[in-house]
Design a protein around this ligand. Structure first.
Ligand code: HEM
Length: 223
């Protein structure tokens, strides 16, 4: 049990502080429809397209961020999703997949925030790194199973590469190690900075929720 002088491990703080936002994202209309197998393939393809913009922003400055003393240890090519999304999009939308694909307003706001932080405030960027990659390694695996069943993708094949971390041998062990890295990162920050990162994590969830809301407007129930 941590003493008053010893703050709770930063990984625990992040998970606990974003619990309500996590629940809201899970229960959002778009995610509920997806989890219930009620969405059409077009909606899933659009989600993958929007995620492509997000991961391009998350991974676009990886080389610079990998040299940052606190954020550097998190930058791991085994996590990179841009290429996997491109494979999926080629399958879902065809070879000219980029034509006609544009960020929804909420996606544009989300990517702008990630881009801003990756240059101006790397600790804030870390909140986004955590929110996406640890989520993909967790609930993402549930989404993969549902996508395979709903749209008949080959197991871990074309269409769901995004959810398959080929280079992460053991996701549970990886997540444990990631949380240990978060705890170390938390020790490198003062309390004010930790709180700012926690707030940014909540904001990351909210930005994801806004993308789902935009998708929900576009695909209210297409199946
Ligand atoms: C459809 C919806 C979702 C389901 C069913 C789901 C499910 C889960 C589950 C079961 C875990 C716990 C895994 C574990 O402890 O190993 C988890 C963790 C997590 N999820 Fe989700 N999730 C969903 C949506 C999201 C979204 C939209 C995000 C953010 C964009 C997200 C971010 C996270 C994060 C960051 C964690 C790690 C928490 C931690 O241990 O620190 N999830 N999710």
């Amino acid at each position: 049990m941590p003493s008053p002088e010893q703050p709770a491990p930063f990984s625990t703080v992040l998970r606990t502080a974003s619990g309500a936002e996590h629940e809201a994202a899970e229960q959002s209309s778009f995610m509920s429809h997806l989890l219930g197998g009620r969405l059409g393939l077009d909606a899933y393809a659009e989600l993958s397209g929007q995620l492509w913009f997000v991961y391009r922003a998350l991974e676009g400055r990886a080389a610079e961020l990998s040299r940052h003393p606190v954020v550097g240890p998190f930058i791991d090519p085994a996590l990179f999703r841009t290429a996997a999304l491109e494979h999926d999009l080629e399958h879902l939308r065809g070879p000219g997949w980029q034509a006609g694909l544009s960020p929804l307003p909420a996606t544009a706001a989300y990517t702008a925030r990630i881009e801003e932080l990756s240059t101006d405030w790397p600790h804030g960027y870390l909140a986004h790194h955590y929110t996406r990659y640890l989520g993909d390694l967790s609930g993402g695996q549930i989404i993969r199973g549902i996508a395979e069943r709903t749209w008949g993708f080959e197991r871990k094949g074309a269409g769901v590469h995004f959810y398959v971390f080929e280079e992460v041998g053991n996701p549970a062990a990886f997540k444990r190690d990631y949380r240990a890295r978060l705890d170390t990162a938390g020790l490198a920050m003062d309390e004010v900075e930790r709180r700012r990162v926690v707030d940014e994590c909540r904001r990351a969830f909210t930005l994801n929720g806004a993308v789902f809301a935009d998708l929900d407007i576009r695909y209210p129930l297409s199946a």
